[in-house]
Structure formats: structure tokens, C-alpha cells
Ligand binder design. Structure first.
Ligand code: PLP
Length: 379
């Protein structure tokens, strides 16, 4: 069966040249970058090259970029590490109700260890309420953590405004930019972002590699006790093939950002317009304009959207849901709950996230399959 892959927020297929670069750093430049002989020194050059590529992409310094295994690690490191090192000033953290579990679980860990966390609500479009954020800030607030864009419904968060508030109140702002990195131009200085996390596999790079940006003047606990790698903050032999692959993916995205972004928007809007015009009672989840280029999240009224997702999978169409299934119980996700509260008419959501590899023919088949399903269910 030929699959149609519309789950690019979960992960993207890496570019061929990304894999070629990884093969090069596995077979040719295979040295340990910490070794002081020529093979090690050759391999080590990639570290500063990629660090410089990332630093340029964020308008930061190379010394502010740390390689990690991906955004989950970066979020854990930033939230727990920063909270611990500023705990002498206070033990209160502010985040949003719609963060990824990498952030929410780190916050939960903090709560279990004597910190207090406030979870700021969002509106029906999945956008954080800035007034509520201001109200949540206290004398002892040491950290704000808000995502750049939501992974389920694609809503872009008001990071610039949040950055100004954080700066004015002298509070550290962590931003989980896993879904927004490269898709948008992010200048950490202009936005007053103190730390930021991202993963390469969301932008046609390899899995299991990402980075954490941490502003030079911040204090943060080390993440991994070990060797001197990553300025002794994260010990362990560097994954040079993955770092090299990530570098290629970022370089390519930066050089072709305009074309990639407009292709993704064109495909996403094609899906959106055709589904909206042909299916009654369709709800678009998330802000219709202010959303990720490649994201479309829909819910169909009086239809079990989780069953529709399974049906699409049976037809070879890979999408994702907006629900969490536990012990056979299908519940709305925490993001949909935060946006709509108790919602009797709509059960779950279908998230379709396109990539530059998708075609109009694939989208036509997806639209026709959803239409058929709805017709059958309503007849
Ligand atoms: N944060 C967000 C917003 C995400 O979408 C994801 C992955 O889907 C992560 C964090 C975690 O990324 P990773 O699994 O690469 O560590």
C-alpha cells in the first residue's frame, strides 16, 4: 500500500543529503571529537560549524548553544536546571495549560520537589491569555515557560509580549520552540527569550538530536555529570553523525525558508479550504490565521474523530488525533480541554500536518476519504 503521510508535526522524513552527511560522519569522519589526534580533531570541526549555524539562526552566540538528544531533554534541562539554580530567589513557575508533556512533566517534577506552578489558561483559539499570565506572576516567580507554537492545534503564542513582560519583571523566559524553529524567524534577543529548545527531526533532520539555547549570563545546573563535553555541562561523547545531519537540515531550511514555508502553507490551505467547503459542521481548531504553516486540526460534529483517524489509517492515510486513549476510554486531549472545556458535540480532533513532500493528489485522496466517511456516518 502507498501511504499518505500527514503527521509531520510528529516527525518529518529526513532529506537524503542529511542522511548522506550522517553516513560521512559515521564512516569517514568517525573520530571522537574529544580525541586530540588528527581524526578526532577533524571530527570536532563539525561541532563548531553546527553550533555557529544554530547561533546564526537565532541571533545568539555560539557559546549559548548546547547539543542535546532533542527537545524533551532541552525542556527538562532548562526548566528543572533553571528553577533549581534560581530557587534562592523564589520557588514559583508560570507556564501554560497547553504545553507539551516535556514541559508539563518537568513542571510536575518541580511541584513534587517543593516548587509551585501556575498553569495559565488559553482562549478558544488556543492562544495564551496574556492578562492571566500577568496576574499569575508573583514576587517569587523565577521562571516562565511558554511554547512558541502548539503541537496539536498549531496556535502561535504571543512570545514577544511575554518576553517583554518577563524582561520588565526580571524573570527568566524559557520557550519550547520545537514546532516553530525554522518555520519562523526567531531572534532570541528581540523576543527576550532566555532559553529555547528545538529538535532536528521536525525540520527534515535526524531523530534524537536537538539543542538548548541558554543565554550566557544565566546560571543553570549541569545536565549530565561526565566528561568535559558541552563546556562540562552535558558529559558524554558527541553524536557527531546526528549533529552533522542536524546542521545540514538547518542550513537547508534557512537557505530555502521562503519556498518551504510557502509550499507548506499552500498545501495546508488546500486541505483547509476543500474540507471546509465540502463538509458541514466542521470545526477548525486553533487560530485560523495565526497558526503553524503546516498544521490543520479539525473536529467533525457528532462524529467520533478517533474512529475517523483509525479509518484513515486503514486507508493508508497517517494523521494524528487530539485525544488521549487510556484503558479504552477516549478523552479529549489536555489542549482541546483547555480550549473548549467540556465539549459534548465534538469528540477528539484530527491533526493533519503537511510537509514539502506531500502532493495535491495525496490531499485530494484524503479529502475524498474524509467526505466518504462523513457521508456514510450521516446516512
Ligand atoms: N515540545 C513540543 C512542542 C513538541 O511538539 C515535541 C515533540 O513532538 C517535543 C517538545 C519533544 O520533542 P522530542 O520528542 O524530539 O524530544
Amino acid at each position: 500500500m502507498q501511504y499518505i503521510y500527514l503527521d509531520n508535526a510528529a516527525t518529518t522524513k529526513p532529506h537524503k543529503f542529511v542522511i548522506d552527511e550522517m553516513i560521512k560522519y559515521s564512516f569517514e569522519e568517525y573520530g571522537n571529537p574529544s580525541s586530540v589526534h588528527r581524526i578526532g580533531i577533524e571530527a570536532s570541526k563539525i561541532l563548531s560549524d553546527v553550533r555557529s549555524t544554530i547561533a546564526k539562526s537565532l541571533n545568539s552566540n555560539e557559546s549559548e548553544i548546547y547539543f542535546t538528544s532533542g527537545a524533551t531533554e532541552s525542556d527538562n534541562w532548562a526548566i528543572i536546571g533553571l528553577a533549581n539554580s534560581y530557587s534562592h530567589k523564589g520557588r514559583h513557575v508560570v507556564t501554560s495549560k497547553i504545553e507539551h508533556s516535556a514541559v508539563l512533566s518537568s513542571c510536575k517534577f518541580l511541584e513534587e520537589n517543593g516548587f509551585e506552578v501556575s498553569y495559565v489558561p488559553v482562549d478558544e483559539k488556543g492562544v495564551l491569555d496574556v492578562e492571566e499570565l500577568k496576574n499569575a506572576i508573583r514576587e517569587d516567580t523565577i521562571l516562565i515557560s511558554v511554547m512558541y507554537a502548539n503541537n496539536e492545534v498549531g496556535s502561535i503564542q504571543p512570545i514577544k509580549e511575554i518576553g517583554s513582560i518577563a524582561k520588565e519583571k526580571n524573570i527568566v523566559l524559557h520557550c519550547d520552540a520545537t514546532q516553530g524553529y525554522c518555520k519562523y524567524d526567531i531572534d532570541v534577543n528581540a523576543l527576550n527569550i532566555s532559553s529555547l529548545s528545538a529538535s532536528a527531526h521536525k525540520i527534515y533532520g535526524p531523530k534524537g538530536i536537538g539543542f538548548l539555547y541558554i543565554r550566557d549570563d544565566l546560571k543553570i545546573d549541569k545536565f549530565m555529570h561526565g566528561g568535559h563535553q558541552e563546556r562540562s555541562m552535558r558529559g558524554g561523547t558527541h553524536n557527531t553523525p546526528a549533529i552533522a545531519g542536524m546542521g545540514k537540515a538547518i542550513e537547508y531550511y534557512q537557505e530555502n525558508a521562503k519556498q518551504i514555508r510557502s509550499k507548506e502553507v499552500q498545501l495546508r490551505d488546500y486541505l483547509l479550504n476543500n474540507l471546509k467547503s465540502s463538509i458541514p459542521n466542521i470545526r477548525i481548531n486553533g487560530d485560523i490565521k495565526n497558526r503553524l504553516n503546516n498544521n490543520l486540526s479539525i473536529s467533525l460534529k457528532n462524529i467520533d474523530n478517533s474512529k475517523l483517524r483509525i479509518f484513515l489509517d486503514m486507508q493508508g492515510i497517517c494523521v494524528s488525533g487530539g485525544s488521549a486513549c487510556s484503558s479504552g476510554d477516549v478523552k479529549n486531549s489536555h489542549v482541546l480541554d483547555a480550549m473548549y472545556g467540556k465539549d459534548k458535540d465534538y469528540n477528539g480532533a484530527i491533526r493533519m500536518t503537511v510537509s514539502i513532500n506531500n502532493t495535491i493528489e495525496e490531499l485530494d485522496k484524503t479529502i475524498a476519504t474524509i467526505k466518504d466517511y462523513v457521508k456514510k456516518k450521516s446516512s
